[in-house]
Design a protein around this ligand. Structure first.
Ligand code: SF4
Ligand code: FES
Length: 248
């Protein structure tokens, strides 16, 4: 495949940045999108040019670091896949592909396609945990009865990989799908009840302080989420927040 790539280049956080065109040839349709970028970077390095910076780690859909906006969609045109799982056979020979970083005030660009997603870490640190007694008196988790539907929904919520596609695809840059998933995975289980009130209040407070926008129910986040996190988690977040506010 021969392709034209239009890639956002930005030297650092203070640089204005611009789109730059690259031609690339002989790309196998079986390559992953990141392997295609590896080929481009090898060519740039051979020519003495600076390679394109982009985030990646696991390359198997687990870590959530491969955050690219491809042809106007978070993680590209496929559904339920991360950028690292996107294959070049999704594109046509001769196509022009536009590659940009996540665009959100709370995710500032560090360099080229790499953005700072530590806002998500700070939201997690504000309440995305449970306290467990590890002194030797712990109860075996399997002795606590949990309804199958609750266990399934908690596990579904826990599949959120913190990639930020929900924020990038939302016109308000809302992080409600991410926070909804992180609150839900504990709210549905008995182990999460002890800190439930503080958790939701603190995580929402941190979310607002980080500069994420509000949810206006457009649903773009659910469509672009590579893990199929459902809008039901936002509804649960709202219920948890209301109930915690009344208690507080
Ligand atoms: S909810 Fe989906 S899109 Fe948002 S951070 Fe989690 S996995 Fe990524
Ligand atoms: S590199 Fe880890 S999810 Fe893509």
């Amino acid at each position: 495949m021969d392709l034209t790539l239009k890639i956002w280049r930005q030297k650092n956080a203070n640089d204005k940045g611009k789109m730059v065109d690259y031609q690339i040839s002989d790309i196998s349709p079986d390559m992953s999108f990141l392997e295609m970028l590896d080929v481009l970077n090898n060519e740039l390095i051979e020519k003495g040019d600076a390679p394109v910076s982009f985030d990646h780690d696991c390359r198997e859909g687990i870590c959530g670091s491969c955050s690219l906006y491809i042809n106007g969609e978070a993680h590209g045109p496929d559904r339920l896949v991360t950028t690292c799982q996107l294959h070049m056979r999704t594109f046509k020979d001769g196509e022009t592909i536009v590659i940009e970083p996540w665009r959100a005030k709370a995710f500032p660009v560090i360099k080229d396609l790499v953005v700072d997603r530590t806002a998500f870490d700070r939201i997690q640190q504000a309440g995305g945990f449970i306290s467990v007694n590890t002194s030797g008196n712990t109860i075996d988790a399997n002795t606590i009865p949990i309804e199958k539907e609750d266990a399934d929904n908690a596990f579904m919520a826990a599949t959120c990989i913190g990639c930020g596609a929900c924020v990038a695809s939302c016109k308000n840059s809302s992080a409600m799908l991410f926070v909804g998933a992180k609150v839900s995975q504990f709210a549905l289980l008995p182990q999460g009840q002890i800190e439930a009130t503080d958790r939701v209040l603190n995580m929402v407070k941190q979310m607002d302080e980080e500069g994420f926008g509000n949810c206006t129910n457009t649903g773009a986040c659910e469509v672009e989420c590579p893990k199929g996190i459902s809008l039901e988690n936002i509804a649960r977040l709202n219920r948890e927040y209301l109930s915690a506010s009344l208690k507080g």
